[in-house]
Design a protein around this ligand. Structure first.
Ligand code: MSP
Length: 637
């Protein structure tokens, strides 16, 4: 079986985990589940970085012996990650004997090979960042990264000859353009190497807490040199060489962008010095903020994932396991992996309602109600509609491509196109009319298409929403979701009796209009030809979602749309046929004037008008769509 080795950073444990730590660890869990579903045997490593000066200081401040302090916190971190069902196979702690032994072996080897030599360090050290700086690096005397005060260090230390690996590193980067992702991070690291490197101090003498240098016990190993080695400790470099040969190099090191220099410069150089292969890829995601602000101790605004899950359960009534899935979904759908992203509870609730309660939830509910009503809950002998089979091929291809590139949000976007195409097929095929007309074959095909679609969704959703995926698999009569590696359309078993699933994602009830009304504003009118606010208030703009879109016979400019306005569905004729294909519009949110008198256009009674921009000087019409998902029916003002 093909092997895959994925890692997260090991985290400093001077406090409890927050959303940032859970984010990277969840990403690794997504990668693991995806790779397993593709037929790989996966090793997923996470853990804790315990030999840091800052940890020792916090323990001292709290009056707790350092070892006892880290022992307690490591258990809490591991439990926290387990609470979110993050399926790591190994949880490494840098105070474990296996790691101490590996670090001591590595530093000795580097010393014996002449890659580590004794020297004198004169400079500065930032304890919060656990990083050395020269006088010239400082910004107004403070740490150039975190802005906090730095400490003077004047010590006899052992240095790692990073400078002698500069050319080899450049050559490696030149020949491995995918080594660091995204590309912007690759370029950043590349230019740092190009500018020139300095040897790094690899030991400290002024501190007691840490791993002793075996050939000179006055020294402890610098925490970053120690921490990076964790990836080979866990693979068994010293303690289990067979396993090590089987699994190393790692396929991917995941982390946020602030620590790539350690992972893309120092770590590869250390591996080169040891004669070991380099990890295949380093992927750095962005930083999460909360409601647009950096999370920090002083602001006290660290988002705690368990609190967000509790809140979601409270306001929606969703079960706890599905609330955890919804939280995962939001993080990886809303925030493009690789870029900075903002966590906002309001946005999470919007996504929950639109994507999960409406799109996914409705698909399952409607499919189940129709199957019970029309076929007594038994999957009929039918065929997947060719257009849906084709849609599957399209979205599956793009889903796989995006997953390989770690573009999780786009992979989910492709999946949602498929979900909404299935939803639309109900509107288009109108099963209630098929029943009336006695078109049983077509009716069977529709139900088969829907259920086969839910089977496919259970598979593609499994890396992101494992519990939801299980429920969907059960809902189509399977014990588990199909593996992504073997996914094909039309594999649903016929004749299976379906057990109905209760609603998975109950809607969060929206605020009444009164509550969302803006405070009255007094506006002074200055020019007579301008519209008064009273005139403007006559317009009722609303957000709507396009459910169906079709061409109109004999009117090549028009598209006939069915739109969802929250509490009602309407038909709208829009003159955009030249600019949009009907299938590209389905599921889009638009802005529409909701209080226009109905008008007949080419035989269609249009009950509203869609807003669009006409691109200046170009024959192009672009529909106006909200910047983020908004509930259909929401007021635009
Ligand atoms: N101990 C080092 C890593 C050693 S790896 C050999 C360290 N630890 S840390 O506790 O500071 O964790 C940093 C990592 O936590 C980030 O790289 C990222 O994975 C995660 N995050 C912590 N805060 C974060 C955000 N605000 N946003 C996104 N992820 C961040 O550095």
């Amino acid at each position: 079986m093909k092997k895959y080795y994925v890692t997260t950073p090991i985290y400093y444990i001077n406090d409890d985990p927050h959303i940032g730590h859970v984010y990277t660890t969840m990403a690794a869990d997504i990668v693991k589940r995806f790779k397993i579903s593709q037929g790989y045997e996966v090793m997923f490593l996470t853990g804790t970085d315990e030999n840091a000066v800052k940890i020792e200081r916090v323990a001292k401040e709290k009056g707790i012996p350092t070892q006892e302090f880290v022992d307690n916190l490591a258990v809490r971190w591991e439990q926290y990650f387990r609470m979110f069902d993050l399926g790591f196979d190994d949880f490494i702690r840098t105070t474990q004997p296996r790691h101490v032994k590996t670090v001591q072996t590595v530093i000795t080897k580097l010393f014996e090979n002449g890659d580590v030599y004794k020297g004198k360090y004169e400079g500065w050290y930032c304890v919060p960042c656990e990083t050395y700086f020269l006088e010239s690096d400082l910004k107004e005397g403070n740490c150039p990264d975190c802005g906090r005060p730095v400490e003077r260090v004047s010590e006899e230390n052992y240095f790692f000859k990073l400078t002698s690996y500069r050319d080899k590193l450049l050559e490696y980067f030149d020949t491995h353009p995918d080594f660091v992702m995204p590309k912007s991070r690759f370029n950043e690291v590349y230019s740092v190497i190009k500018e020139g490197l300095r040897d790094v101090s690899f030991t400290r003498t002024g501190v007691d807490w840490g791993i002793k240098v075996p050939f000179d016990e006055k020294h402890v190993v610098y925490v970053w040199a120690d921490a990076l080695i964790n990836y080979i400790t866990a693979a068994g470099y010293v303690t289990n060489p067979d396993n090590f040969n089987n699994i190393w190099p790692a396929d991917i090191h995941l982390m946020a962008k602030e620590i790539i220099r350690f992972h893309c410069i120092i770590w590869p150089a250390m591996l080169m010095a040891l004669g070991l292969p380099l990890p295949k890829r380093v992927f750095a995601h962005g930083w999460l903020t909360c409601d647009g602000r950096k999370m920090s101790k002083s602001l006290g605004n660290f988002v705690k994932p368990h609190i967000e899950v509790e809140e979601l359960v409270k306001i929606s009534g969703v079960s706890e396991v599905l609330a955890k899935d919804a939280f995962r979904y939001f993080l990886f759908r809303e925030l493009p992996f690789g870029e900075d992203g903002d966590f906002s509870r309001t946005n999470m609730q919007l996504r929950y309602n639109t994507d999960l309660a409406n799109d996914l939830g409705n698909l399952l509910n409607r499919s189940q109600q129709l199957l019970t009503k029309n076929f007594g809950g038994i999957i009929p002998d039918g065929k997947v509609f060719p257009e849906l089979a084709q849609k599957f091929e399209e979205i599956f291809k793009s889903y796989l491509e995006k997953m390989e590139e770690f573009k999780f949000s786009q992979a989910l976007e492709s999946l949602w196109i498929y979900i909404n195409t299935l939803n639309t097929s109900i509107e288009l095929k109108k099963p209630w009319e098929l029943v009336k007309m006695g078109k049983t074959d077509e009716l069977a095909n529709l139900h088969y298409t829907l259920y086969d679609g839910i089977r496919i969704i259970s598979s593609l959703l499994s890396p992101f929403m494992p519990e939801t995926s299980k429920i969907l698999a059960k809902a189509v009569g399977l014990d588990e979701a199909p593996k992504i590696a073997n996914l094909k359309v039309g594999q649903l078993k016929i004749g299976v009796k379906i057990v109905q699933t209760p609603a998975m994602f109950p809607r969060i009830q929206k605020k009444t209009e009164e509550q969302t009304k803006p405070p009255d504003a007094k506006v002074e009118e200055t020019q007579d030809d301008l519209m008064s606010i009273d005139d403007f208030q006559k317009f009722k703009f609303r957000v709507a979602k396009i459910l169906t879109a079709e061409c109109v016979d004999g009117a090549d400019k028009l598209l006939k749309l069915t739109i969802d306005l929250g509490d009602e569905k309407r038909t709208v004729a829009a003159g955009i046929a030249k600019y949009y294909k009907p299938e590209d519009l389905i599921g889009k949110l638009i802005v529409c004037v909701a209080n226009l008198k109905p008008a007949k256009l080419r035989g269609i009674t249009s009950q509203g008008m869609l807003m669009a921009a006409t691109n200046k000087g170009v024959d192009e019409v672009i529909i106006i769509t909200p910047e983020k998902p908004v509930e259909p029916g929401s007021i635009v003002k």
